[in-house]
Design a protein around this ligand. Sequence first.
Ligand code: URA
Length: 433
Amino acid sequence: MRITDIIEKKKRGYRLSPEEIDNLIDAYMSGDAADYHMAAFAMAVYFQGMEASETAALTMAMAHSGHMLDLSALGDLSVDKHSTGGVGDKTTLIVAPLVASLGGCVAKMSGRGLGHTGGTIDKLSAITGYKTALDEEAFIRQASTYGIAVVQAGGVFAPADSRLYALRDVTATVDSIPLIASSVMSKKIAAGAHNIVLDVKTGSGALVKTLSDSRLLAETMVQIGKDAGRNIAALITDMDTPLGFAVGNTLEVEEAVAVLGGSGPEDLQEICVCLAGEMLALVHGGDPMQWRDRARVSLSDGRAMEFFQRWIQAQGGDARIAENTSLLPHAKHSMEIFAPATGYIAHMDTQRVGHTSLLLGAGRSKKEDIIQPGAGILLAAKRGDRVLQGDLLATLYSDDKDAFASAEEELLSAFVFADAPVVDVPLIYETIR
Ligand code: URA
């Protein structure tokens, strides 16, 4: 079948067979299908959608387009977690040692920041010496010895997805549920973990903004994981306000260290405990609620922190930051932002908060931009809080003083104030098992 016939069929809303999808991805990898074919295909999927069987076939074709990691040396203990992306989401830094401290083996490949959302690898790169690349043998050995290895996802895994994702980014086809589901799951399946927990974000700071779409995305990904023989669960969690108070790489490492030390923001602690509970229940069996209780103990008695220090040291990083976060790189300048009105914070456009951190230098607007590890935002108030006019709302950090004016304007435009208290929204909406 010609490539254009496959695109035509999808454009008209017909279901593609697994063979047609395999042929398309094979042709993309061999060069017989060009970027313009795939861009047209992505737009056809955007408008016509895909049935579950097509999404599953696209996932497996992209997973098999590159190297498939074999984690069988870790037995059934290997466990991965994936967040669909958020603002202030530093959960991997806490959840990985937490799960390792209770017998899981977190062998994980993470990404750099994408759009307005931060990336785990950028946060870990704020720690002096941390090696974001390990060869396969060293990666598996470290995961087996220390219970954790977190490296940057390399181009050898699901390369068809890397290419298609880059195309989607510039052809307005990112926000399609079958394309997101197949993109995420192709990487997870290629990365080899037997157990997978997905953190599907919902709200103004998430890629998928409504609960119904987030649910559909979560259910689609869970079904794909099960069909591929993996143990899998998904939590749908709130991203209508940043997670914790810190947004930006060093600031987020500091906040993660606080949680590992038994303090830190309650929302961040709670999400981490719930994600860990779900991961441990997949790994060992048993009730996720009981694993949550054990995870809380591990945070309060210092065991999770011990595993964090061993992990960072094993991967070449300066583990002294666990005791002394002033060793992390900090921004040269700071600026305080004050509340322009008295009232309750009724809404925070969380995508704008993420965008503010990019303006300060904490992320990239273009692929080649260099990140300032110390740049970012430390919020003093969040959705639901009551503030008086002139109260501190946030402190901005950057090496570039000139960035403050536009960052202040962007951040203030994210806040909506109201006279009456706002209704609380859940931190975790649903769990899909
Ligand atoms: N994250 C991914 O890995 N892929 C998507 O399509 C969207 C978010």
